[in-house]
Ligand binder design. Sequence first.
Ligand SMILES: C[S@@+](CC[C@H](N)C(=O)[O-])C[C@H]1O[C@@H](n2cnc3c(N)ncnc32)[C@H](O)[C@@H]1O
Length: 204
Amino acid sequence: MIRAWARRVEAEHLAWNVATVAPYVPPGARVLDVGSWDCKLGAALRDRGARVTCVDVVDKNRTDVELRLMRGATLPVTGDERFDVVQFLYVLHHAADDLALLREARRVVADDGRVLVAEDRVETWGERWLTIAFHLWLLAFTFMGWKGTFKRQSAWRARFAQAGLTVERTVELGRSRRLFPKNVLYVLAPATPPGSPETLAPPG
Ligand SMILES: C[S@@+](CC[C@H](N)C(=O)[O-])C[C@H]1O[C@@H](n2cnc3c(N)ncnc32)[C@H](O)[C@@H]1O
């Protein structure tokens, strides 16, 4: 019973993530999925025609998609390898040094590529409380703690600018399930030169 429920939540989460990123991942796109967990999102994108590489600090890969393990904050991408999409879905608040990861994303994203960041909303105290409660629940079920911080949108924007990434679009995703935190997607483009002030394009 609990297993069936967990499987349903997992399937809904995967569908939610696919719907979140699919508009930014055209067939043939080179995708780096950082914090990929079981790589099922990577496999779903691969099945839609993308060329996906997964990256994580742990090996929970349950697919045949390539997984590169990383230690510290350096992405396992060397030489002139570049990606059309570098994505962090609900990952940055887990990392001790989110700025270092964002700078790494800036390094490995193609000049005309995009960095996708999905995070939980903490604009109000109610949202912050819900996000923390959700993560305590996650910790109990998956032993996945968090080393970073949940940030308001203004703080994330400042972080992106520090990493040389411009906010092209902010998408309010709403919540995937009742009682889950609301989610936000940031679509980021490399700024030229890195660190230049962000320019906020209207959604649409
Ligand atoms: C909440 S899960 C999100 C998984 C997946 N992106 C999703 O949306 O279903 C957070 C993931 O980030 C990974 N992670 C934690 N710290 C990380 C770090 N410093 N660098 C890269 N990945 C990290 C965890 O191992 C885990 O796979």
